[in-house]
Write a protein that binds this ligand. Structure first.
Ligand code: AR6
Length: 170
């Protein structure tokens, strides 16, 4: 059974230990996947997020999942795409590494990621997908406690990008 799995779904519906939110640095909610997660988790999520005092780009913070099936939400702040010369790739890599580390610290065995930064923040989808796959694989190579990582794509374009990239590896 493969540890990495690709799925086309609304991430808020997944029955995993933790889902990752592509948040902004205020952690006060927003549009895209952030809005969907806050709507599905309910108002207690915002109340807990407000207490976290924001989150810098490339970092991650954890909250409970409230009404979600997921026990936790990891809120990470991806970089805004400025053309590729503003440390965007390193910051995006950091989002995956920090999220996975937080998941392990909180005894999570299954985790689902959206394609962070590729919506409102404009990061090229294929480049972002490549980075996410590479970072997850590198992490899993040395850390065996995570049993399942889902790349959760909402739209078909992202789904087929991941499908092609993951098929190349197998
Ligand atoms: N499930 C899974 N993936 C989703 C869902 C969903 N329900 N909804 C959207 N996506 P975005 P960003 C995908 O814009 O680019 C927010 O306002 C979407 O197709 O949500 O990191 C925050 O508050 C795309 O592939 O996040 C920030 O201000 C991916 O999620 C800003 O947007 C990320 O798109 C963050 O921008």
């Amino acid at each position: 059974m493969s540890v990495i799995e690709l799925i086309q779904s609304d991430i808020t519906q997944l029955d995993v230990d933790v889902i990752v939110n592509a948040a902004n640095s205020t952690l006060h909610g927003g549009g895209g996947v952030d809005g969907a997660i806050h709507r599905a988790a309910g108002p207690q999520l915002l109340a807990e997020c407000i207490k976290l005092n924001g989150c810098p780009t490339g970092e991650a913070k954890i909250t409970k999942g409230f009404r979600l099936k997921a026990r936790f939400v990891i809120h990470t702040v991806g970089p805004i795409w400025h053309g590729g010369n503003s440390n965007e790739s390193n910051l995006l890599e950091s989002c995956y590494r920090k999220s996975l580390s937080l998941a392990v610290e909180n005894n999570c065995f299954s985790i689902a990621f959206p394609n962070i930064s590729t919506g409102v923040y404009g990061f090229p989808k294929e480049l972002a997908a490549n980075i996410s796959i590479r970072e997850v694989q590198t992490f899993l190579f040395t850390n065996k406690s995570i049993k399942k990582v889902f790349f959760c794509c909402f739209d078909s374009e992202n789904y087929f990008i991941y499908l092609r990239l993951l098929n190349k590896l197998s």
